[in-house]
Design a protein around this ligand. Structure first.
Ligand SMILES: [Zn+2]
Length: 390
């Protein structure tokens, strides 16, 4: 088994481009890859490409008629079938859409295969994490659900239990839907409350289908939640569930849109707290999943200020050489940022926050606090279904 982590990368992922008016600007992927290089992290990981997901792989999650609709829209964007969510404001059709979406899916499937076969202990695909795509339709900037496909491939290869932890600011609804009735997959999503954010799902009461009672866990965070609350929620829910479930593999989705600068949502999390959760996921993988960890990107629309730093930290954590927060960003990268975006890039790998340590759920519990109410709602709804105390 290789100790080295894999970074899944193919420059062609930057072709995942819904156009100049769309918030998911692929420059975020390019700038992340360049920052990984500028900090020398690409010498600490094996940078590998993978084949695009083929028809039989896509069919592990997606419906045949939907794949056909994506292929058709990819050839003739003007005739995209909106009944599949294609050609909409969120998911405009573009030429080559099928190919690049299948490539991103293939990189996550390749990450899963490498980790399962022991070619790498950890594998990162920051172009992935497209967690809103449904079995039969596009949604929320997502065409094919690479996270679901990676999990489905792990099950196909023989994994008996896969845990999915999603800390994107939006509910991981597509992954939850794909495995709603499958007790082999535990999905845990922390997100801004459905009352104030797309996709308006992810209520604590969503706990899995009849054949998989308790296999979905949702934490609906109040708008405005900052570092202390976000970390408290994570640590009050995730480690206990993972310790009990003992997954063969941990798959995590690290959407960077929880950040206070993100233009599309309303949490107030810093880069430093995002990094702390990346470190926590890494530790959970080692403690309970034999180290097997597939880490994905996700949302993130502060494409210069936040995304590249957040996912560069993720690569550093997976590589076993976490980037010190106070690290000064090489000037060459900032020049590249200016050339590409006419924006001034950030100077350091930190927001200057020092997220405080974690004292335990019961300590400091305040029944009047909205964050604690949110955590308690989740624990009450989901924990007893798994035989855990609320
Ligand atoms: Zn998101």
């Amino acid at each position: 088994m290789s100790g080295r982590a894999q970074l899944m990368w193919d420059e062609a992922v930057t072709g995942y481009d819904f156009g100049p008016e769309h918030p998911m600007d692929p420059v975020r992927l390019d700038l992340t890859r360049r920052l990984v290089g500028a900090l020398g992290l690409d010498r600490e990981v094996d940078v590998v490409a993978a084949k695009p997901a083929g028809e039989s792989t896509l069919r592990l999650v997606h419906r045949e008629d939907y794949i056909r609709a994506v292929r058709a829209a990819s050839v003739e964007p003007g005739s995209a079938d909106q009944s599949y969510g294609l050609g909409t404001m969120d998911d405009p059709a573009f030429a080559g859409m099928h190919e690049v979406s299948a490539l991103i899916a293939g990189l996550s499937v390749g990450a899963a295969e490498a980790v399962w076969r022991g070619e790498a202990l950890h594998a990162v695909n920051f172009a992935g994490g497209l967690h809103h795509a449904m079995p039969g339709g596009a949604s929320g900037f997502c065409i094919y659900n690479d996270a679901s496909l990676a999990i489905a491939r792990l099950l196909e290869l023989g994994a008996e239990r896969v845990a999915y932890v999603d800390v994107d600011v939006h509910h991981g609804d597509g992954v939850q839907a794909a495995f709603w009735d499958d007790p082999r997959v535990l999905t845990i999503s922390l997100h801004e409350h459905p009352r104030t954010l797309f996709p308006q799902t992810g209520w604590p009461e969503e706990t899995g289908g009849e054949r998989a009672v308790g296999s979905a866990v949702n934490v609906a965070l109040p708008a405005g939640t900052g570092d202390a609350g976000w970390l408290r929620a994570f640590h009050s829910v995730v480690p206990e569930l993972i310790a009990d479930f003992r997954p063969d593999v941990l798959v995590s989705q690290h959407g960077a849109d929880t950040h206070f600068e993100d233009p599309l949502a309303h949490l107030a999390v810093s880069l430093d707290a995002q990094r702390a959760v990346q470190v926590a996921c890494h530790e959970l993988a080692h403690e309970y999943a034999g180290g097997r960890w597939v880490a994905l990107g996700g949302g993130g629309y502060a494409v210069v200020e936040v995304v590249p730093r957040s996912w560069t930290h993720l690569v550093g954590v997976a590589a076993g050489v976490p980037v010190a927060p106070e690290t000064v960003i090489p000037e060459g990268w900032r020049q590249e940022v200016f050339a590409r975006t006419r924006q001034l890039g950030p100077v350091r790998m930190t927001d200057g926050r020092w997220p405080v340590g974690w004292a335990g759920w019961e300590s400091g519990y305040d029944p009047a606090d909205r964050l604690d109410q949110a955590v308690l709602a989740t624990r009450r709804a989901a924990f007893p279904l798994r035989g855990l105390l609320p």
